[in-house]
Design a protein around this ligand. Structure first.
Ligand SMILES: Cc1ncc(COP(=O)(O)O)c(C=O)c1O
Length: 364
């Protein structure tokens, strides 16, 4: 559909509104506006009726590619459900009108929701602590890799390599490079999994992390993930999980139980925040206990026995490997409000599954 410009719809003398006749004494413009700011001739504006304007902009708005009107073919982002009720909750003024620097005492409900989402994500992924600061998946990757760097630096050697399989999403090698690492690419085998022997050959004591997603970006589950985790840990490397494909595991299995030490999640892929034709996204990062001291500040903490919450900006800062990626404990309120109800449902499904699984077949 081709929409003409408003200028093409213009017709001399047509107006969008009719104002009553002015009964005030006229003041010449030159008496109010300095001469250098005065136009020499009238502005060339389209002369159109109100209905021309409304129809023109409504037609333009319908040309938008939106998640509500089209299939959005963007990998794992396509696979999820964006409940409208969650968008509605996020737009309630008590959430949507908050200021990022509002004193903690005035946003106890929001802090409680941030904290609740952190705990839900821990349980869903099998990690021990989460930060909601990163604002996108790639931002989460960079944060996660800077945590890896901080961890190794604190142990005396930041190491200089990160292993990434050739099936990885393009942001993985880019994030590793940005975090100051040399990227070592490991090929996939005929089944589309990481070639284990080539992976094992690439491992040495200069590898800081192995970045994987499971199922991988070929859509294939890495069946040797436990062996990969064991070998990586034996070499002193950390295992990083790109959680953009978490939909496939959600409520069934957890990266933390597979041996991953750091994960980032794309809330805009897995937890109902619209992606493509509406954001905002968020890329929270979860870690195992050993990495918690390196999480960026501010963190949410309990302030007093009554359960009031506050932000800690100084706690263990000396250990922090990276400057905070945000000045607030979360990238923004909307993804948290949109994602929290869905995370609660997933968590309930996970608990139900665990309670119906014989303890002997559980990993943790
Ligand atoms: C596997 C994978 N990792 C990382 C990302 C990066 O996420 P974001 O687009 O939120 O930065 C994507 C996004 O498409 C992805 O599919």
């Amino acid at each position: 559909m081709k929409e003409p410009l408003l200028f093409d719809l213009s017709s001399p003398g047509r107006r969008g509104c009719a104002l009553p006749a002015d009964d005030m004494p006229a003041t010449p413009l030159a008496a109010m506006v300095p001469p250098e700011l005065l136009r020499e001739r009238d502005a060339e504006l389209p002369e159109v009726s109100e209905v021309d304007v409304v129809r023109h902009f409504t037609r333009l708005s319908q040309l938008n590619f939106s998640v509500d009107t089209h299939f959005y073919p963007l990998g794992s982002c396509t696979m999820k459900y964006n409940p409208k009720i969650n968008d509605h909750l996020a737009s309630l003024p008590g959430f949507a009108s908050l200021h990022p620097y509002q004193p903690a005492g005035t946003i106890q409900g929001m802090l409680a929701l941030f904290s609740k989402l952190e705990r839900l994500l821990c349980e869903i992924t099998g990690m021990d602590a989460f930060t909601l600061q990163p604002a996108a998946g790639a931002h989460g990757e960079l944060t996660g890799l800077l945590l890896v760097r901080a961890y190794h630096t604190a142990r005396g050697n930041p190491r200089h390599k990160v292993i990434v399989p050739d099936s990885a999403h393009g942001t993985n090698p880019s994030s590793a490079h940005l975090a100051g690492y040399e990227v070592v690419t490991v090929p996939s085998n005929k089944q589309g999994e990481v070639d284990y022997d080539k992976f094992a050959a690439a491992l040495d004591d200069e590898v800081a992390a192995v970045m994987l997603t499971n199922p991988n970006t070929h859509g294939v589950f890495e069946t040797r993930i436990l062996e990969i985790a064991k070998a990586a840990h034996q070499a002193g490397a950390l295992l990083y999980y790109d959680g953009a494909n978490l939909n496939a595991l959600l409520g069934l299995a957890r990266p933390g139980d597979m041996g991953f030490d750091v994960v980032h999640l794309n809330l805009h892929k897995t937890f109902g925040t619209p992606h493509g034709g509406g954001g905002p996204g968020a890329g929270p990062v979860g870690v195992k206990r050993v990495l918690e001291p390196f999480l960026p500040v501010p963190r949410i903490a309990q302030k007093d026995p009554e359960g009031n919450l506050c932000w800690t900006t100084t706690a263990r800062r000396a250990l922090a490997g990276c400057e905070p990626s945000m000045a607030t404990p979360a990238s923004s309120s909307a993804p948290t409000v949109i994602s929290a109800p869905m995370a609660a449902v997933v968590c309930a499904a996970w608990r139900a599954r665990r309670s119906s699984t014989p303890t002997t077949s559980r990993r943790s």
